[in-house]
Design a protein around this ligand. Structure first.
Ligand code: HEC
Length: 112
């Protein structure tokens, strides 16, 4: 095998085993959206170093059996509607965030 072919194999292996760079930047975009829009009211990490926030914690939102407040089964569909339309005490984001941004944000929440 010549050098070029070995290099191709190394690259192919690298792509197959690590998240491609654009995937990572998607999660960073989601994290930034979360920080800009949700972090004032919702925790996403399991940190108790500050007084409880106004909204329920989103820590392990999709890994838990039930949603923190409404106790339904966590689904992307439900979370999307909540982000779009808000709640009694939560603002709606449908005029602020695009559909793509909301999906990126949910990808980030799902990864936490
Ligand atoms: C001004 C504070 C505030 C902001 C900003 C906010 N929320 Fe909320 N959120 C709340 C409150 C309070 C509740 C619970 C009461 C209600 O539904 O209004 C809630 C409820 C939720 C629920 C439902 C939880 C359950 O158990 O059903 C989800 C999911 C959620 N928020 C996600 C988000 C996301 C994602 C963002 C950012 C786009 C966000 N929230 C921004 C205050 C906020």
């Amino acid at each position: 095998m010549n050098l070029v072919m070995s290099l191709v194999w190394v690259l192919a292996l690298w792509f197959a085993t690590t998240a491609p760079p654009w995937e990572k930047s998607k999660l960073i975009q989601g994290r930034d959206l979360y920080r800009e829009n949700c972090a004032v009211c919702h925790d996403i990490a399991n940190d108790k170093d500050h007084p409880p926030k106004f909204g329920p914690s989103l820590y392990h939102l999709f890994k838990n059996e039930k949603l923190p407040l409404s106790h339904g089964k966590p689904s992307r569909q439900y979370v999307k509607v909540r982000i779009q339309f808000g709640g009694a005490l939560m603002p709606a984001f449908r005029n602020k965030l695009t559909d793509a941004q909301i999906n990126t944000l949910i990808d980030y929440i799902e990864s936490q």
